[in-house]
Design a protein around this ligand. Structure first.
Ligand SMILES: [Zn+2]
Length: 489
């Protein structure tokens, strides 16, 4: 074809169409609006939006009313935007002490939350692995071990060995395990924050709970405990953990929808999701005890609000379901609740475009955890370039991020579900400086970057929701077969 005018005429509708969507995105996503949302959600007054707290409810109310204001509809038979989430709680201990003769310590982390009143023998069993129990009698006693294995003392690895070590010790008749570690103060305070606080579970998890075994980590930086075992293998001690109570708490997911415009494709839904809870109030650092969670995850929450406002104004061919989860920081509980209680059948959900954020260290990119794992990769990459960003895939697979956010519950059901995050190229100091720290405040964010980031997300949403081809897992993916099952493909 040589005729340049004909060429132009043919190309014009395509250019116009793409251009049109970019203009639609620019017309609804603005820097001042983003700032307004983030400064509110991450304000000190919302006290870190801890699941079940009054401030978590205020955040939910704010989000529900934003959806209402945009013209997003409540789902089905509810006339509000809330899905009630009832969680079981286990309180922190009031008192925890290990006493050996005149020596006492309370530097204790409870990996299993049960009250303990033990007075008897502690037996040293090296790493608590099968070979370590040879010639040991631990029946009715507690076992003291190092954490992890001889070759690996990494805490995440140590944590992954807990189940196996528990099974071994229980089989030998032991009543509990005390792991002694030498951990620096900063890491130790993070461990205390993660494990000693209130624990929450969805009711289904509760039944799996093993509530008859004590499992503690004790910080033994000065090796005061291990030295008791220098000369003998068994010593007398008391272990007291008291004041742990069980209860329930009611929280809520925030959910709304916009019907698609295409008579066929509107039966397919794209989920746009993010968690809005954060970790609440914790140990003070420089007199600040509010963990504001601006990056984690006021930013993700506002990606979803941005998509909701845009799609309510300019509906896409596929229908849209917006879900803002509670309970993520307590163990991905709001999303777990949702997949157990879906408001629209899960096999109509063809994609879940989640957003979660720890931090960022590169303002020229957006990092999509799982980018190349679904066939929507091109739609996402195409959406970042008009705003000057480059889309990259997970640069830190060793962190296991794909399986550590709400998207994983949808992925496990078979729904293609990547997570859209602010640009990071490694899980480095720039990330850990803010990640789950009191410093994660709204005034430490680059809003020029965020504008591009949100615009990219919303355009990606539009691309995926308007693409005639339904997105799916890339062949061979871990969740590919789950997808085949869900959609009966
Ligand atoms: Zn978090």
């Amino acid at each position: 074809m040589k005729n340049p005018i004909l060429l132009l005429l043919l190309a014009f509708p395509l250019i116009n169409f793409a251009q049109d969507d970019i203009e639609k995105v620019k017309s609804t996503v603005s820097k001042s609006e983003i700032e307004g949302h983030i400064y509110f959600l991450a304000s000190d007054e919302l006290k870190g939006r801890q699941t079940g707290s009054p401030e978590n409810k205020i955040a939910a109310q704010y989000l529900g009313n934003m959806l209402r204001g945009y013209g997003v509809k409540p789902v089905a038979d509810t006339n509000n935007y809330f899905q009630k989430v009832t969680l079981n709680t286990t309180s922190p201990f009031e008192n925890a002490v290990l006493k050996i003769g005149d020596f006492t310590t309370s530097e204790i982390v409870t990996l299993k939350k049960i009250n303990t009143s033990f007075s008897g023998s502690l037996v040293f069993a090296n790493y608590g692995l099968a070979e370590d129990y040879k010639n040991l009698d631990v029946k009715g006693k507690m076992v003291v071990t190092y954490s992890g294995t001889k070759d690996n003392s990494n805490l995440r690895f140590a944590f992954s060995k807990i189940q196996e070590k528990t099974a071994l010790a229980k089989e030998k008749g032991a009543l509990g395990i005390i792991e002694v570690n030498s951990i620096n103060d900063r890491t130790w305070s993070q461990l205390e924050h993660s494990f000693n606080g209130e624990k929450m579970q969805v009711p289904e998890e509760k039944e799996e709970k093993t509530n008859d075994f004590t499992y503690l980590w004790i910080n033994d930086q000065k090796e005061e405990i291990s030295k008791f075992f220098d000369t003998k293998n068994e010593i007398n001690a008391t272990v007291t953990i008291e004041g742990i109570k069980e209860g329930t708490v009611i929280s809520q997911n925030v959910v709304g929808m916009v019907e698609g415009t295409d008579p066929k494709l509107k039966d397919e839904y794209i989920i746009y999701s993010a968690h809005y809870d954060h970790v609440g109030i914790g140990a003070p650092v420089n007199n600040d005890s509010i963990y504001n969670g601006a990056r984690d995850n006021a930013v993700g929450t506002v990606t979803v609000l941005s998509a909701a406002e845009n799609i309510a104004k300019y509906p896409t061919k596929r229908s849209a379901l917006f879900i803002l989860f509670t309970g993520e920081e307590k163990g991905l509980l709001g999303s777990k609740w949702y997949v157990n209680h879906p408001m629209i059948p899960l096999n109509q959900m063809v994609y879940c475009f989640n957003s979660d954020n720890g931090g960022y260290n590169d303002t020229s990119i957006a990092t999509i955890v799982g980018l190349e794992r679904t066939t929507a990769a091109e739609d996402i990459k195409k959406a970042t370039t008009p705003f000057g960003l480059k889309a990259i895939d997970d640069p830190a697979p060793e962190q296991g991020l794909f399986d550590r956010s709400d998207n994983v519950h949808f992925a496990a059901k078979g729904i293609p579900a990547p997570t859209f995050s602010m640009g990071f190229t490694a899980f480095d100091e720039e990330i850990t400086k803010y990640y789950h720290q009191v410093t994660d405040n709204p005034d430490t964010l680059d809003y020029d970057y965020l504008l591009k980031f949100f615009q990219s997300y919303v355009l990606a949403c539009r691309n995926i929701a308007n693409n005639p081809k339904t997105p799916f897992w890339v062949e061979g993916d871990k969740y590919y077969n789950a997808g085949k099952n869900l959609y009966k493909k």
